[in-house]
Write a protein that binds this ligand. Structure first.
Ligand code: NAD
Length: 357
């Protein structure tokens, strides 16, 4: 990442939802997806450099609010994110987020960004990168169970990064499937709307589960998963919130992001603490094998880890340079004499009085 240069220390570039949408449309969804995927791969290969800790979660009956910090020693980043499955009934998002990057050398923030849209992009990019290493070669068909906010992003990422051509869609709420069919109609993907989960997975080489329910759910039963399939399980991402029947886990080779966090939040919370899994960075850096055999079932037990958000923010920081897709936020107090913070407040009060006279 380029050394941070700032003429005005108090101003922090802020990417609003409006500017994020404009930036994505300006670059193109496919290119943004590819750019974030590339940033994720670069950061996973230098995994050992990063500060890593399971995210700090505050649970309630309705959902969870989480902070996700990390640093590579030069740049620090964090994301604030919530997960409230019942929100959609009240017209609100299940997941909303914002995040920040800061310069480790002086601690000053250098970017503040919306991350609701960016989280959907990075989750999809991460899923597709994992599938690139794990899914059967030449897979062409993906089933997506759960057609909410994440769904279209997943479909587009798998098309761009893994060459998926056919997407089969199923949701317990047919309106969600209709919405996804409509949004993806000009995507170049062949779409099929399905009326059951069993119908949805028929003929698919990859299954993505992205449902939201704050409970142990069984979106996939053992009989729905045939040999050689790749499962991209993204909706089981909280204690007490899973999507797969336990028997599927015992038949699969399981891959994680940061295992200590996945043991708390992922599908593997259903398994003993010492159950063997492989971290994706080990596969990406060539230290361990991904898919070993055609008939193997591979499972990406996705929960979403701080390094992926760091990668996505890093991509956005670079993408906005020299563009109009951000505004400067007067976010940091910057007195002429660094120790005269109170004097700066007093001078502002005087200026306000003079202005009012
Ligand atoms: N792993 C990650 O990195 C990551 C990132 C973002 C979101 N998530 C998780 O992904 C999930 C989906 O997120 P979203 O923003 O799309 O949520 P959303 O609420 O917008 O969509 C969820 C969809 O799942 C459907 N659904 C619920 N139960 C179902 C069932 N039994 N069978 C079929 N469909 C069912 C709902 O009708 C809804 O359309 C959430 O659980 C969220 O926490 C994970």
């Amino acid at each position: 990442m380029a050394k941070f240069h700032r003429d005005t220390l108090n101003l922090v570039p802020f990417v609003s939802v409006d500017n994020m949408m404009k930036l994505i449309l300006h670059i193109g969804v496919d290119e943004v997806m590819a750019g974030i995927a590339k940033a994720i791969e670069e950061d996973f290969v230098r995994w050992e450099l990063f500060d890593k800790t399971p995210r700090v979660a505050s649970h309630s009956n309705e959902g969870v609010i989480e902070l996700m910090p990390t640093s590579d020693g030069e740049v620090y980043g964090f994301k604030y994110v919530n997960g409230h499955p019942k929100n959609t009934k009240d017209g609100m998002q299940t997941v909303t987020a914002f995040g920040l990057l800061a310069d480790v050398a002086n601690g000053y923030p250098v970017l503040l960004s919306e991350m609701t849209i960016l989280t959907a992009l990075r989750t999809a990019a991460m899923s597709a990168v994992a599938a690139k290493y794990l899914a059967p070669k030449n897979a062409k068909t993906m089933a997506i169970i759960g057609n909410g906010a994440q769904c279209e992003f997943q479909a587009l990422a798998f098309k761009k990064i893994c060459g998926i051509e056919n997407v089969r869609l199923y949701d317990t709420d047919p309106k969600a499937t209709e919405k996804a069919m409509f949004n993806l109609q000009n995507s170049g993907l062949n779409l099929t709307s399905c009326s059951t989960g069993e119908d949805c997975v028929a003929g698919a080489e990859i299954i993505t589960t992205c449902t939201a329910d704050k409970q142990y759910a069984t979106i996939l039963t053992d009989n729905m998963v045939g040999s050689g399939m790749h499962i991209n399980a993204i909706g089981g991402d909280c204690p007490g919130k899973t999507e797969l029947h336990k028997d599927i886990l015992y038949r699969s080779e399981i891959f994680t992001e940061f295992t200590p966090q996945t043991r708390i939040e992922g599908e593997i919370q259903q398994l003993p603490d010492d159950y063997e899994v492989t971290e994706l960075w080990e596969v990406m850096s060539g230290q361990k094998e991904g898919r070993k055999a055609e008939g193997q079932i591979t499972l990406f037990d996705s929960v979403g880890f701080a390094v992926e958000d760091f990668s996505a923010l890093r991509f956005i920081y670079q993408a906005i340079q020299g563009t109009q897709f951000y505004e400067d936020l007067d976010m940091l107090a910057d007195p002429d004499d660094p120790r005269d913070l109170y004097g700066m407040v007093q001078r502002a009060a005087k200026q306000n009085m003079t202005a009012a006279e």
